[in-house]
Design a protein around this ligand. Sequence first.
Ligand code: IPE
Ligand code: IPE
Ligand code: MG
Length: 246
Amino acid sequence: MTKAKAPRVPRHIAIVMDGNGRWAKARHRPRSFGHNAGRRAVRETIEACLREGVQVLTLFAFSSENWQRPQDEVGALMSLFVRALDKEVDELHGHGVRLRFIGELAAFDDALRERMQAAMERTAGNERLQVNIAVSYGGRWDIVQASRRVAAAVACGELRVDEIDEAALGQRMSLAGLPPLDLFIRTGGECRISNFLLWQVAYAELYFTDTLWPDFDQACLRRAIEDYARRERRYGRTGEQVANAS
Ligand code: IPE
Ligand code: IPE
Ligand code: MG
Protein backbone atom coordinates (compact mmCIF):
# COMPACT_ATOMS: atom_id res chain seq x y z
CA MET A 1 0.00 0.00 0.00
CA THR A 2 1.40 3.41 -0.87
CA LYS A 3 1.88 5.87 1.94
CA ALA A 4 -0.34 8.94 1.93
CA LYS A 5 1.92 11.86 1.16
CA ALA A 6 1.34 15.51 1.79
CA PRO A 7 0.60 17.38 -1.46
CA ARG A 8 3.97 17.91 -3.12
CA VAL A 9 3.99 21.69 -2.84
CA PRO A 10 2.96 23.33 0.44
CA ARG A 11 0.26 25.94 -0.02
CA HIS A 12 1.55 28.07 2.83
CA ILE A 13 5.19 28.37 3.94
CA ALA A 14 6.44 30.45 6.88
CA ILE A 15 10.11 31.27 7.44
CA VAL A 16 12.06 32.50 10.48
CA MET A 17 14.82 34.32 8.59
CA ASP A 18 17.57 33.85 11.16
CA GLY A 19 21.36 34.07 11.05
CA ASN A 20 22.08 37.50 9.54
CA GLY A 21 24.20 38.62 12.49
CA ARG A 22 26.39 35.50 12.49
CA TRP A 23 26.78 35.73 8.71
CA ALA A 24 28.08 39.31 9.06
CA LYS A 25 30.28 38.44 12.04
CA ALA A 26 32.01 35.71 10.03
CA ARG A 27 32.93 38.43 7.54
CA HIS A 28 34.04 40.89 10.25
CA ARG A 29 31.26 43.25 9.26
CA PRO A 30 28.53 44.94 11.35
CA ARG A 31 25.28 43.06 11.94
CA SER A 32 23.43 45.50 9.67
CA PHE A 33 25.57 44.23 6.77
CA GLY A 34 24.04 40.80 7.34
CA HIS A 35 20.50 42.19 7.46
CA ASN A 36 21.10 43.95 4.19
CA ALA A 37 22.50 40.79 2.61
CA GLY A 38 19.30 39.02 3.68
CA ARG A 39 17.36 41.01 1.08
CA ARG A 40 18.75 38.87 -1.72
CA ALA A 41 17.54 35.75 0.08
CA VAL A 42 14.05 37.27 0.36
CA ARG A 43 13.99 37.95 -3.39
CA GLU A 44 15.23 34.43 -4.17
CA THR A 45 12.64 32.87 -1.89
CA ILE A 46 9.79 34.86 -3.43
CA GLU A 47 10.95 33.90 -6.93
CA ALA A 48 11.11 30.24 -5.92
CA CYS A 49 7.61 30.39 -4.40
CA LEU A 50 6.27 31.95 -7.61
CA ARG A 51 7.90 29.20 -9.64
CA GLU A 52 6.77 26.35 -7.40
CA GLY A 53 3.18 27.59 -7.17
CA VAL A 54 3.18 28.25 -3.41
CA GLN A 55 0.10 30.34 -2.55
CA VAL A 56 1.20 32.06 0.66
CA LEU A 57 4.62 32.94 2.09
CA THR A 58 4.85 34.41 5.60
CA LEU A 59 8.23 35.89 6.56
CA PHE A 60 9.36 36.75 10.09
CA ALA A 61 11.26 40.02 9.64
CA PHE A 62 11.12 41.57 13.13
CA SER A 63 9.75 40.08 16.33
CA SER A 64 8.06 41.84 19.26
CA GLU A 65 11.19 40.85 21.20
CA ASN A 66 13.62 42.34 18.64
CA TRP A 67 12.81 45.85 19.97
CA GLN A 68 15.19 44.91 22.82
CA ARG A 69 18.22 44.88 20.49
CA PRO A 70 20.74 47.75 20.60
CA GLN A 71 19.19 50.97 19.35
CA ASP A 72 21.55 51.29 16.40
CA GLU A 73 20.62 47.83 15.15
CA VAL A 74 16.89 48.55 15.47
CA GLY A 75 17.45 51.85 13.64
CA ALA A 76 19.41 50.12 10.86
CA LEU A 77 16.62 47.57 10.45
CA MET A 78 13.97 50.30 10.24
CA SER A 79 15.86 52.17 7.55
CA LEU A 80 16.43 48.89 5.71
CA PHE A 81 12.65 48.28 5.74
CA VAL A 82 12.03 51.75 4.32
CA ARG A 83 14.64 51.29 1.58
CA ALA A 84 13.36 47.82 0.72
CA LEU A 85 9.78 49.09 0.47
CA ASP A 86 10.84 51.97 -1.76
CA LYS A 87 12.83 49.70 -4.05
CA GLU A 88 11.08 46.33 -4.22
CA VAL A 89 7.35 47.00 -4.29
CA ASP A 90 7.17 47.84 -8.03
CA GLU A 91 8.81 44.60 -9.01
CA LEU A 92 6.73 42.50 -6.61
CA HIS A 93 3.58 44.16 -7.95
CA GLY A 94 4.72 43.34 -11.50
CA HIS A 95 5.02 39.68 -10.49
CA GLY A 96 1.46 39.58 -9.13
CA VAL A 97 2.50 39.50 -5.47
CA ARG A 98 0.05 40.69 -2.84
CA LEU A 99 1.92 42.18 0.12
CA ARG A 100 0.58 42.24 3.63
CA PHE A 101 2.18 43.32 6.90
CA ILE A 102 1.11 41.58 10.09
CA GLY A 103 2.03 42.54 13.63
CA GLU A 104 1.67 45.52 15.90
CA LEU A 105 2.02 48.11 13.14
CA ALA A 106 1.17 50.94 15.55
CA ALA A 107 4.65 50.45 17.04
CA PHE A 108 6.28 51.92 13.90
CA ASP A 109 6.75 55.57 13.02
CA ASP A 110 4.38 57.26 10.59
CA ALA A 111 6.74 57.23 7.61
CA LEU A 112 7.23 53.48 7.74
CA ARG A 113 3.58 52.75 8.53
CA GLU A 114 2.42 54.84 5.59
CA ARG A 115 4.79 52.96 3.25
CA MET A 116 3.50 49.62 4.51
CA GLN A 117 -0.09 50.77 4.05
CA ALA A 118 0.65 52.07 0.55
CA ALA A 119 2.32 48.78 -0.44
CA MET A 120 -0.65 46.79 0.86
CA GLU A 121 -3.15 48.97 -0.99
CA ARG A 122 -1.14 48.99 -4.22
CA THR A 123 -0.86 45.19 -4.36
CA ALA A 124 -4.30 44.36 -2.89
CA GLY A 125 -5.70 43.10 -6.21
CA ASN A 126 -2.85 40.63 -6.89
CA GLU A 127 -3.54 36.93 -6.62
CA ARG A 128 -0.49 34.98 -7.74
CA LEU A 129 1.32 34.83 -4.39
CA GLN A 130 0.50 36.43 -1.05
CA VAL A 131 3.56 37.49 0.92
CA ASN A 132 2.92 38.33 4.57
CA ILE A 133 5.71 40.16 6.34
CA ALA A 134 5.57 39.79 10.12
CA VAL A 135 6.94 42.92 11.80
CA SER A 136 6.73 43.71 15.50
CA TYR A 137 4.96 40.36 15.48
CA GLY A 138 4.66 37.83 18.27
CA GLY A 139 2.54 34.70 18.31
CA ARG A 140 1.38 35.55 21.82
CA TRP A 141 0.46 39.07 20.72
CA ASP A 142 -1.59 37.55 17.88
CA ILE A 143 -3.53 35.30 20.27
CA VAL A 144 -4.08 38.22 22.66
CA GLN A 145 -5.36 40.56 19.95
CA ALA A 146 -7.71 37.85 18.64
CA SER A 147 -8.97 37.24 22.20
CA ARG A 148 -9.59 40.94 22.63
CA ARG A 149 -11.68 40.96 19.45
CA VAL A 150 -13.64 37.94 20.67
CA ALA A 151 -14.31 39.74 23.95
CA ALA A 152 -15.45 42.87 22.08
CA ALA A 153 -17.82 40.76 19.96
CA VAL A 154 -19.28 39.25 23.16
CA ALA A 155 -19.55 42.67 24.84
CA CYS A 156 -21.58 44.10 21.96
CA GLY A 157 -23.85 41.05 21.73
CA GLU A 158 -22.52 39.81 18.38
CA LEU A 159 -21.24 36.55 19.89
CA ARG A 160 -22.38 34.40 22.81
CA VAL A 161 -19.83 32.96 25.27
CA ASP A 162 -20.87 29.41 24.33
CA GLU A 163 -20.14 30.24 20.69
CA ILE A 164 -16.45 30.85 21.42
CA ASP A 165 -14.60 27.99 19.76
CA GLU A 166 -11.39 27.46 17.77
CA ALA A 167 -13.01 28.87 14.64
CA ALA A 168 -14.18 32.02 16.46
CA LEU A 169 -10.63 32.72 17.62
CA GLY A 170 -8.99 31.48 14.41
CA GLN A 171 -10.98 33.86 12.24
CA ARG A 172 -9.69 36.77 14.30
CA MET A 173 -6.01 35.79 14.08
CA SER A 174 -3.69 37.72 11.74
CA LEU A 175 -3.65 35.10 8.99
CA ALA A 176 -7.38 34.31 9.06
CA GLY A 177 -8.89 33.21 5.78
CA LEU A 178 -5.59 32.00 4.31
CA PRO A 179 -4.66 28.37 3.70
CA PRO A 180 -3.38 26.72 6.90
CA LEU A 181 0.36 26.77 7.51
CA ASP A 182 1.88 23.67 5.87
CA LEU A 183 5.63 24.18 6.22
CA PHE A 184 7.51 26.14 8.90
CA ILE A 185 11.18 26.75 8.04
CA ARG A 186 13.85 28.22 10.31
CA THR A 187 17.32 29.04 9.02
CA GLY A 188 20.37 29.74 11.19
CA GLY A 189 20.52 26.47 13.11
CA GLU A 190 18.36 27.24 16.16
CA CYS A 191 15.57 24.73 16.76
CA ARG A 192 12.94 26.99 18.30
CA ILE A 193 9.81 28.90 17.32
CA SER A 194 10.84 32.23 18.98
CA ASN A 195 7.22 33.35 19.40
CA PHE A 196 6.40 33.21 15.67
CA LEU A 197 3.06 31.75 14.53
CA LEU A 198 2.12 29.91 17.73
CA TRP A 199 -1.53 29.30 16.85
CA GLN A 200 -0.89 28.47 13.21
CA VAL A 201 2.06 26.16 13.83
CA ALA A 202 -0.16 23.55 15.54
CA TYR A 203 -0.02 21.06 12.65
CA ALA A 204 2.64 22.58 10.40
CA GLU A 205 5.61 20.47 9.32
CA LEU A 206 8.81 21.88 10.88
CA TYR A 207 12.07 22.17 8.94
CA PHE A 208 15.28 23.47 10.50
CA THR A 209 18.43 24.19 8.52
CA ASP A 210 21.89 25.40 9.57
CA THR A 211 22.10 27.63 6.48
CA LEU A 212 22.33 31.26 7.57
CA TRP A 213 19.57 33.41 6.07
CA PRO A 214 21.80 35.48 3.69
CA ASP A 215 22.99 32.17 2.13
CA PHE A 216 19.46 30.80 1.64
CA ASP A 217 18.58 30.48 -2.04
CA GLN A 218 16.16 28.81 -4.45
CA ALA A 219 17.93 25.45 -4.13
CA CYS A 220 17.56 25.61 -0.33
CA LEU A 221 13.84 26.23 -0.65
CA ARG A 222 13.56 23.36 -3.15
CA ARG A 223 15.26 21.04 -0.62
CA ALA A 224 12.83 22.09 2.10
CA ILE A 225 9.86 21.47 -0.21
CA GLU A 226 11.24 18.06 -1.20
CA ASP A 227 11.65 17.16 2.45
CA TYR A 228 8.08 18.29 3.08
CA ALA A 229 6.80 16.16 0.19
CA ARG A 230 8.16 13.05 1.91
CA ARG A 231 6.29 13.70 5.16
CA GLU A 232 3.16 11.84 6.14
CA ARG A 233 0.67 14.20 7.78
CA ARG A 234 -1.46 12.15 10.13
CA TYR A 235 -3.32 14.75 12.22
CA GLY A 236 -3.68 12.28 15.08
CA ARG A 237 -4.81 9.33 12.97
CA THR A 238 -2.81 6.19 12.22
CA GLY A 239 -0.70 5.77 9.10
CA GLU A 240 -3.10 3.06 7.91
CA GLN A 241 -6.12 5.32 8.30
CA VAL A 242 -4.36 8.04 6.31
CA ALA A 243 -3.35 5.62 3.56
CA ASN A 244 -6.88 4.20 3.28
CA ALA A 245 -8.44 7.63 3.15
CA SER A 246 -6.42 8.71 0.14
C1 IPE B 1 17.59 37.49 12.00
O1 IPE B 1 18.98 37.44 12.10
C2 IPE B 1 17.09 38.87 11.67
C3 IPE B 1 16.35 39.52 12.76
C4 IPE B 1 16.09 39.00 13.91
C5 IPE B 1 15.89 40.87 12.51
P1 IPE B 1 19.71 37.74 13.48
O2 IPE B 1 20.01 39.19 13.55
O3 IPE B 1 18.94 37.20 14.62
O4 IPE B 1 21.05 36.92 13.28
P2 IPE B 1 21.82 36.06 14.38
O5 IPE B 1 20.85 35.06 14.92
O6 IPE B 1 22.32 37.00 15.42
O7 IPE B 1 22.93 35.41 13.60
C1 IPE C 1 13.60 35.42 15.44
O1 IPE C 1 14.99 35.47 15.47
C2 IPE C 1 13.05 36.66 14.85
C3 IPE C 1 13.31 36.90 13.44
C4 IPE C 1 13.99 36.14 12.62
C5 IPE C 1 12.74 38.09 12.91
P1 IPE C 1 15.80 35.88 16.78
O2 IPE C 1 17.23 35.80 16.42
O3 IPE C 1 15.30 37.18 17.29
O4 IPE C 1 15.38 34.73 17.79
P2 IPE C 1 16.09 34.26 19.14
O5 IPE C 1 16.30 35.49 19.95
O6 IPE C 1 17.40 33.63 18.75
O7 IPE C 1 15.14 33.27 19.72
MG1 MG D 1 18.93 35.38 15.53
